[in-house]
Design a protein around this ligand. Structure first.
Ligand code: SF4
Ligand code: SF4
Ligand SMILES: [Zn+2]
Length: 251
């Protein structure tokens, strides 16, 4: 006789069939916390992700052939695809960005700078010139899928603004605000960051947040590993934009 939990019908683990207290479930699908069941759930999840990536790769090969290129002739990788078009930048978005910037600057003024952290962006993981050029080509091909999350904050946080202040410690809060506002355009890509223009980010690199300067999406992280460990050449690598796995139809 299965044990009944006081707040609902018996829920069973989809793998071993044992009753599971819904509040104690170990997996998103309500599976139990038993090691063997969790291992199986993880294996299923990874197989599903692999399947999605295989479909993206085969779609990428088809798109290369469609543009007259041989997928077998040298390295290439898929990157995400942002198909948003330009729309006018709403005055409220501009005001929201200004409010965000002012708030972070005011917090910085109140707490004071933290010099030991200054200038520590980059480090061992910083891409070389050839990698940086290839990454720029990749992001231009993708058209900034990840910048869709920049919203009206552009990922600008205290640490990034400390770096900006340090460039010219005599600059005032008004100077910094003016420097940022000068780079807002009349348009941005629909649903994207306030600085995301049709030709890419409107901010110069040194005004971008540390997140923007350091971030690489999973496609580019995997490709970087193939440059450093797999012997592929950044200069020769081709990029093809294919929408993220969840948005491709099964073939
Ligand atoms: S990091 Fe990845 S998702 Fe972001 S713009 Fe570059 S290729 Fe696109
Ligand atoms: S500031 Fe530039 S790089 Fe950063 S999210 Fe916005 S558009 Fe993208
Ligand atoms: Zn189970």
């Amino acid at each position: 006789m299965p044990r009944r939990f006081p707040y609902g019908p018996v829920h069973r683990c989809p793998r071993c069939g044992d009753p599971v207290d819904p509040l104690q479930a170990g997996e998103r699908d309500g599976g139990c916390r038993r090691d063997a069941c969790r291992r199986e759930a993880r294996a299923r999840r990874l197989a599903h992700e692999d399947d999605g990536e295989r479909r993206r790769r085969s779609e990428g090969a088809a798109r290369l052939r469609a543009r007259g290129e041989n997928p077998g002739a040298g390295p290439w990788t898929v990157v995400p695809a942002n198909d948003a078009g330009p729309v006018p930048l709403a005055p409220t978005a501009r005001a929201d960005f200004r409010r965000h910037l002012r708030r972070v600057l005011a917090d910085l003024e109140a707490t004071g700078p933290s010099p030991p952290e200054w200038g520590s962006v980059g480090g061992a993981g910083t891409p070389g010139t050839d990698e940086a050029a290839a990454i720029a080509r990749a992001c231009a091909t993708c058209r900034g899928w990840c910048c869709r999350r920049g919203g009206t904050h552009a990922f600008l946080d205290a640490r990034s603004l400390e770096r900006v202040i340090l460039r010219d410690p005599t600059s005032t809060t008004d100077d910094i605000e003016a420097a940022y506002l000068a780079h807002l355009g009349a348009t941005h890509l629909e649903g994207g960051c306030v600085f995301q223009g049709p030709a890419g980010c409107r901010l110069p690199r040194d005004l971008r947040s540390d997140t923007c300067n350091d971030w690489l999406c999973p496609d580019l992280r995997a490709q970087r590993a193939r440059w450093t460990e797999g012997g592929e050449s950044p200069d020769d690598t081709r990029f093809v934009a294919v929408p993220a796995a969840g948005s491709l139809k099964k073939s």
